[in-house]
Design a protein around this ligand. Sequence first.
Ligand code: BDR
Ligand code: CA
Length: 308
Amino acid sequence: KQKILIDCDPGHDDAVAILYAHRHMDLVGVTTVHGNNSLENTTRNALAVVEMGRIDVPVAAGCAEPLAQVPVGIAAMHGKSGLDGADIPDPTRTVIGTHAVDFIIAMAEKHKGELILATIGPETNIAMALRREPRLKQWIREIAVMGGSTTLGNITPAAEFNIFADVEAAWAVYESGIPIRMVGYNITRQTGFDQGDIDRMRASGRKVASVLADLMAFYLEKQRVGYGLNVAPMHDVCAIIPYIDPTLIDYVHTSARIELTGTYTRGMTVCDLRTLMNSQAINMRHATPANAHVAVAARSRALIDQVV
Ligand code: BDR
Ligand code: CA
């Protein structure tokens, strides 16, 4: 089983990603960051999720604010607590005494060359870890990112939430030289649970599945009202999927860069997809080196069937 550490801001789709990764991979820990909600709430939610899933891994709390920008504020999609929709008991477990940044470094050193670091919230902890321990660049096998988009954003026309919530941190991650596997909003927006999936979950009779069904029903309703979607997007699960079934998402190996400035484009992931149109060098002026596998297509229905 491949080793994975999940850095997250639960969040409905983060919760599913944690449970799903634990089911199929060797989950070595969960670290939390500001994002969908305050660090306090995302940490509480992460603890509640691991407890609910009986997942015996360390949970470490990380950074409460972005590196160099004003916080963007909480994400309405996930409700007041960051994980609204079900009565989840307050966790009895607590975080470990190590800060997420130090925990990420320790795990990367322990599992040198093996560890997949999944970032499914703002990338603040990862950027801090890279600055604190440059050898991380040799130690991490791949960074799995849910973030950005090759097309439209969900926060601005150009930017997706996880990148927009800490643009400088995302820049540090994308420029780190560690191989990036990015799945963006262009894919994840349409890849989610529909009402039928939620009904199936509920019908399974398992306790965890019925709590999840309540959570997902809340999230689906928010997506319906907010974005006119008839699915509850499983953004974060899509970052985990390629390590379990590599046939479900197609990637292009290319350059993906973070736009730090721009009147309308701060936080955009500028992905060079010109190779898809025409691979002739003459049309590839101003190309920058490939640093990422960028998701360009997915078999969304098959993917979701894997997860339900
Ligand atoms: C991302 O933003 C969050 O609301 C989700 O958990 C996901 O990580 C999608 O833009
Ligand atoms: Ca998230």
